[in-house]
Design a protein around this ligand. Sequence first.
Ligand SMILES: Cc1ncc(COP(=O)(O)O)c(C=O)c1O
Length: 380
Amino acid sequence: MDNILLMLPGPTTVAPRVLKAISDSIVNHRSAIFGEIFTETTKLMSEVFQTKNQSYLLTGSGTASMEAAIANVLNPKDKILNVVGGKFGQRFMQIANAMGGNTQELAIKWGDAVSPEQVKEVLDKDEDIKAITVVHNETSTGVTAPIEEIGKVMKNYDALYIVDAISSVGGDRVEVDKYGIDICITGSQKCLAAPPGMAAITLTDDAWKVIDKVDSKAYYLDMKKYRKTGAGTPPETPYTPSVSMIYGLAEALKIIKEEGLENRVIRHEKAAKTVKNAVKSLNLELFPKEEISSSTVTAVKMPEGVTDSDFRGTMRNKYKVELAGGQDHLKGNIFRIGHMGNISYKELAITFSAMEMTLKGLGLDIEMGASLAAVNESYL
Ligand SMILES: Cc1ncc(COP(=O)(O)O)c(C=O)c1O
């Protein structure tokens, strides 16, 4: 297989230790030995969510946890406020619509961030809103939402506060208890740097109170079943979980603990700052304003006269560095550099070296070495 450097907002490169862990022998998922692994993994997951509450592992990608977050708390026609400033905010609303919810869209221009005041304004006008969804790190636009400040607003309302932190948990600050988040979700293949295939969800007592009253149509993702089997001896999941991916997730979470969550966040912030400086040194333009730009993925406007297929195609095929493109109407207009998971100096030096050669090769007037100097400056 080509040894491609993944500079993607997921999936991210997985440490050899994690790959070794997933190759371990399969055990019975209804056994004491698996119960121990499962308990340890959920505990580590709660530590990374920074919550005292139980976390639950779902076999499925991040979208499974989005669906679990909505399907369990919404009766048909219940009002839900969806903050939509990109692809994933939109997905939350699509899921809520699919569940028969009465969705209220708080539309944010793609590339901008929602403000706590905007949320407050809507909630003040409509006391029937039962829940609100916010995407912390809108991976499609590279924008971070102020979830701590929105949390302060949410303390004054009964509505449940649901946060998609799929591309931020383990890379940016997501302090679930401190921010007052009722339901927080994440996925394995982003900042946690585990293989794709697992999702996690954590819920407060307030969320459970709602769940216990809702006549949910969820079956595979019925959280009441996860609560029941998770509390058994040994703790289990209702259906067969991906045993191997749980081994991998457990190892990835141990790595996070060893690094230290705060150190890891600081490492991501440094990578993000470096990427932004390097991008600007090549006279490329950031898509969102720098103040709201993500710590885990940077969206950059495609330079004039350069096509996505030429740019990302050359990066990938000639230099073996894979970047992400834009989604929906941003396709071809932006590219995205993922710097989540295990990214540090080496990966950034290779990426910008390749980017300079690619852009030069495509006829842009690039000052060779400028972005490498920005990277070196950061890590000197
Ligand atoms: C913020 C966010 N939410 C949800 C998802 C969906 O996750 P998945 O593709 O794992 O289903 C992604 C994946 O890119 C994401 O970045």
